[in-house]
Design a protein around this ligand. Structure first.
Ligand code: HEM
Length: 336
């Protein structure tokens, strides 16, 4: 994904915050990440179409945890209907692109999936049906949007609670802003964000957005004194690992400098590990860094969160309130 595009979306969204005064961070982050991903995947930018699709994806997402009873008033039923509408919208987009594929020079995943079939050196990819392309696109949206939006929200919350970290971060980011030549962030700028990268990592550790993930034992084995039988389902408890005092000293303290030192192997599981490591790991980190840069160089904020509980019916670790904040523009800032 072009960092420039994500940065532009963030700047535009943040620009509107000043007038509103109070915003719910999760809702804002959901919109920005959704729009960025739709652009990256299929160059979709039409605002009404994006908004309709976003609402349908949210409905599908809710239905994933619902009891599977297909009656008109159930969340499950509404999810199935939303999925049908998504299928229709994506089919329209895919068919249209197939029609103009030879002349189109979009740099998105859809173009890659379709033109791979037509390479002059022979097929790079097997021919994919509309359904396979649709499933790939929807999987990436579902895996990438909510996770990243929640990660951004937790990061904003932790920084509000840790003003000393916020000030160190602001110093770093203002320096980068002063020296950056382009009006939009570049990969070079992101690579200079040494302290911010640790803020991102520490937020992911503390929040454990994907708190656990399941595996199936392929053969009988023994782990320490535990005997595990072939076929058992084992949950990897990333959250317990991230908060284990024998792994991380003072684990409930938000302390980014802890990552100056190399972590123990397999101790940081925010993006999983091994062959199933998150496919969007670098993209997610870049989105978080770019958001952080714009937020901290534009605003100071204060959390208005009176409800600190977690959403119970959610796939990912998420604040029920979505983290409402009151923002005040920094005196030297500009989102342009
Ligand atoms: C902060 C944001 C994110 C977090 C915390 C996160 C976390 C994870 C975790 C823990 C896994 C491994 C699950 C397992 O081992 O069973 C995973 C897998 C995956 N993630 Fe992410 N993810 C994030 C962002 C993204 C983004 C932006 C994308 C896509 C653009 C993405 C696409 C995927 C995919 C496709 C997989 C499955 C990989 C496979 O099974 O081979 N993720 N993610």
């Amino acid at each position: 994904m072009s960092i420039r595009h994500f940065d532009e979306l963030t700047k535009k969204a943040l620009h509107s915050w000043e007038k509103r005064g109070t915003v719910v961070v999760l809702e804002e982050a959901q919109k920005i990440t959704f729009n960025a991903m739709c652009k990256m995947l299929m160059s979709l930018e039409e605002p009404n179409e994006l908004e309709m699709l976003r609402k349908d994806v949210a409905q599908v997402f809710q239905a994933m945890l619902a009891f599977p009873i297909n009656l008109p008033w159930t969340t499950f039923h509404k999810g199935l209907k939303a999925r049908k509408r998504i299928e229709n919208t994506l089919a329209k987009i895919i068919n249209e692109r197939r029609r103009v594929i030879e002349y189109s020079n979009e740099h998105d995943l859809l173009q890659f999936l379709l033109s791979g079939e037509q390479s002059s050196d022979g097929p790079l990819l097997p021919s994919l049906t509309n359904k396979q392309i649709h499933d790939n696109i929807l999987t990436l949206i579902i895996a990438g949007q909510e996770t990243t939006a929640n990660a951004i929200t937790w990061m904003v919350k932790y920084l509000d609670e840790n003003q000393d970290v916020q000030e160190t971060l602001r110093d770093e980011q203002l320096k980068i802003k002063e020296t950056s030549r382009a009006s939009s962030l570049t990969v070079d700028d992101l690579n200079k964000m040494s302290y911010a990268s640790k803020v991102v990592k520490e937020s992911l550790r503390m929040a454990s957005i994907v708190p656990w993930f399941p595996r199936v034992a392929l053969e009988d084995c023994e782990l320490e004194d535990f005997k595990i039988r072939k076929g058992w389902i084992i949950n990897i408890d990333a959250k317990a690992m991230h908060l284990d005092p024998s792994v991380y000293q003072d684990p409930t303290r938000f302390h980014p400098p802890r990552f100056h030192e190399l972590s123990k192997p397999y101790s940081f599981l925010a993006f999983g590990t091994g062959v199933r490591t998150c496919l969007g790991m670098n993209l997610a980190k870049y989105m978080m860094l770019a958001f952080l840069h714009r937020l901290i160089t534009t605003y100071r904020w204060e959390s208005m969160d009176s409800d600190l509980t977690l959403e119970k019916r959610a796939l990912f670790s998420r604040l029920k309130s979505g983290c409402p904040v009151r923002v005040v523009r920094c005196q030297t800032s500009s989102t342009n």
